[in-house]
Design a binder for this molecule. Structure first.
Ligand code: ATP
Ligand code: MG
Length: 139
């Protein structure tokens, strides 16, 4: 079983998409093994996205990520990392395939509704950034 880290970003929470996105997660075979609705500080968003700190969009993106509440999730499934990224679709919703979360719900690359870890190392870092082991429970 593999674990990945997911976020329903502020634009998704703001547009009342939590239920619709959780429904897609569960109906596609992911087990939600930890979940928290919270508001990230700018500093937390910067720490979380530290790998992107040299990118031109870093300041805008971390401001957006701390602009409203988010839902933080740990998802469990075989091949969870790749499968969650597939279910989300391409980073830019304009490039995302039909039936993906970003195609169906996201507005643009900055308000792209969801986040997913991109590798086992980033998944481990991201899960530990927000959850302690005692907050994660398999079914
Ligand atoms: P995420 O990490 O949020 O799951 P991703 O892995 O598909 O998305 P990354 O390259 O890690 O994409 O970029 C992180 C986030 O930064 C993206 O989700 C997007 O909101 C934002 N971003 C990426 N590229 C750009 C860009 N060129 N302009 C503005 N924002 C961008
Ligand atoms: Mg990424």
């Amino acid at each position: 079983m593999e674990r990945t880290f997911a976020i329903i970003k502020p634009d998704g929470v703001e547009r009342d998409l939590i239920g619709k996105i959780l429904e897609r997660i569960e109906s596609n075979g992911f087990k939600i093994v930890a979940m928290k609705r919270t508001l990230l500080s700018k500093a937390q968003a910067e720490g979380f996205y530290d790998v992107h700190k040299e990118r031109p969009f870093f300041d805008g993106m971390t401001t957006t990520m701390s602009s409203g509440p988010v839902v933080l999730l740990v998802l469990e499934k075989e091949n969870a990392i790749a499968d969650w990224r597939k279910l989300m679709g391409a980073t830019n919703p304009a490039d995302a395939e039909a039936g993906t979360i970003r195609k169906d719900f996201a507005e643009n690359i900055e308000r792209n509704t969801s986040h997913g870890s991109d590798a086992p190392e980033t998944a481990a870092f991201e899960i530990a950034f927000f959850f302690s082991q005692t907050e994660i429970h398999s079914h």
